[in-house]
Design a protein around this ligand. Structure first.
Ligand SMILES: Cc1cc2nc3c(=O)[nH]c(=O)nc-3n(C[C@H](O)[C@H](O)[C@H](O)COP(=O)(O)O)c2cc1C
Length: 366
């Protein structure tokens, strides 16, 4: 019985055919940072999801920290994305663009000429390395701390990307990536934000960039088309716990509520070796934010149904299962066996390990 999981619902003003979400998954197939037809095939194969959230996509040359990740800050990139949104919409799917600025999690070797590794403060990594094509894993150079003009510019970049995504890219909306240790979380966390201006110090100051970005994106495309991903207690990219963490996220959820955005999306990476995320913070987000809450992290269909029935959230996102099961929703319906993902092709260019995972039945040509 997966009545909840398969029930349609509304997300802002977007109708979803079920409550299964494809989580954002970086796959590094965008040669020259331009989305292409291979990516359209991949996303089109997965259009059985009620909602697809794309892989992290940069709003700026400065946010292209990883090899071959897509951008959506030029019309050419947005037109490249239109191939994907058309493929998904043709099959009745819905798709949001995840806007990810990598900030300090970057290497100049992955970035176009003239781009810069930026961060709230110059805080070195303890161990993190960055893969660069042709060079392997390299130490990450210290980022340049952003000045106020850089901050004004980045806010505009988020808004411009959201507009391009909707107007040219054909997206149903965008997800602001404020999770997993990328630029926005670098501002939220005192571990990486050592500033003493209006963007650092107090909770209000550490949340100011997220607030500004959220408000600018809402002004650009409307609150109903905007979501945000957060990862309280996440440890990716050398993030971690700090004293005011519960209050910080409670305030963030209240801010998102006031802005009227369509959803909040929580991350729990316990299934990937991270420490457990306390139930208290999940409850606090649920209680504070009145619109849609998307849960994610190590779910199977049964746990997803249970958590929906227990009203812990409204939608459930699946990450790795969608890599290896393009027809994941159909497999859930039939209680079919799931295929396991092959990690060695997560980030390799080309079709292998990307569009060649078998369907239960051959894809119908319609
Ligand atoms: C290959 C891979 C790439 C990922 N890329 C992103 C990303 O671009 N943005 C993001 O927010 N999370 C990213 N994640 C995290 C997933 O969205 C998800 O939170 C994680 O896989 C846990 O969910 P799961 O247990 O269902 O896989 C990635 C995870 C994997 C395995």
């Amino acid at each position: 019985m997966k009545d909840q999981l398969f029930s349609p619902c509304e997300l802002g003003n977007t109708n979803l055919k079920n409550r299964v979400v494809m989580a954002p998954l970086t796959r590094s197939r965008a040669i020259d940072n331009i989305p292409n037809s291979l990516m359209a095939t991949y996303y089109g194969q997965r259009a059985g999801a009620g909602l697809i959230i794309t892989e992290g996509t940069s709003p700026s040359p400065n946010g292209l920290g990883y090899p071959r990740i897509p951008g959506c800050f030029t019309p050419e990139q947005a037109r490249g994305w239109k191939l994907t949104t058309d493929a998904v919409h043709e099959k009745g799917g819905r798709i949001f663009l995840q806007i990810m600025h990598t900030g300090r999690v970057s290497h100049p070797g992955n970035m176009p000429a003239g781009a810069e590794v930026l961060a709230p403060s110059a805080v070195p990594f303890a161990d993190l390395k960055m893969y660069v094509d042709g060079k392997g894993e390299l130490p990450i150079p210290l980022a340049r701390p952003m000045n106020v003009q850089d901050i004004v510019d980045v806010v505009e970049e988020y808004a411009a990307t959201a507009k391009l995504a909707v107007e040219i890219g054909g997206f149903d909306g965008v997800e602001i990536h404020a999770a997993n240790g990328y630029l926005l979380e670098q501002f939220i966390s005192p571990i990486t934000n050592k500033r003493d201006d209006q963007f650092g110090g107090s909770i209000e100051n550490r949340l100011r960039l997220v607030r500004n970005v959220m408000e600018a994106v809402v002004a650009a495309i409307g609150a109903d088309r905007v979501g945000m991903r957060v990862s309280p207690y996440g440890v990716l990219n050398e993030m971690g716990e700090y004293d005011s963490i519960e209050e910080t996220y409670q305030r963030l959820a209240a801010m998102a509520n006031d802005a009227g955005i369509a959803y909040l999306h929580t991350v729990d990476h316990v299934g990937m070796g991270a420490p457990a995320v306390p139930e208290s913070i999940k409850r606090s987000l649920r209680d504070t934010f009145n619109r849609t809450l998307i849960l994610s992290g190590n779910y199977d269909a049964i746990e997803a149904e249970n958590d929906l029935q227990a009203n812990k959230g409204d939608l459930v996102a699946f990450g790795r299962p969608f890599i290896s099961n393009p027809d994941l929703v159909e497999r859930f319906r039939q209680d079919a066996r799931l295929q396991l993902p092959k990690q060695d092709t997560f980030y390799t260019p080309g079709p292998v390990g990307y569009i060649d995972y078998p369907f239960l039945v051959k894809e119908s040509v319609s």
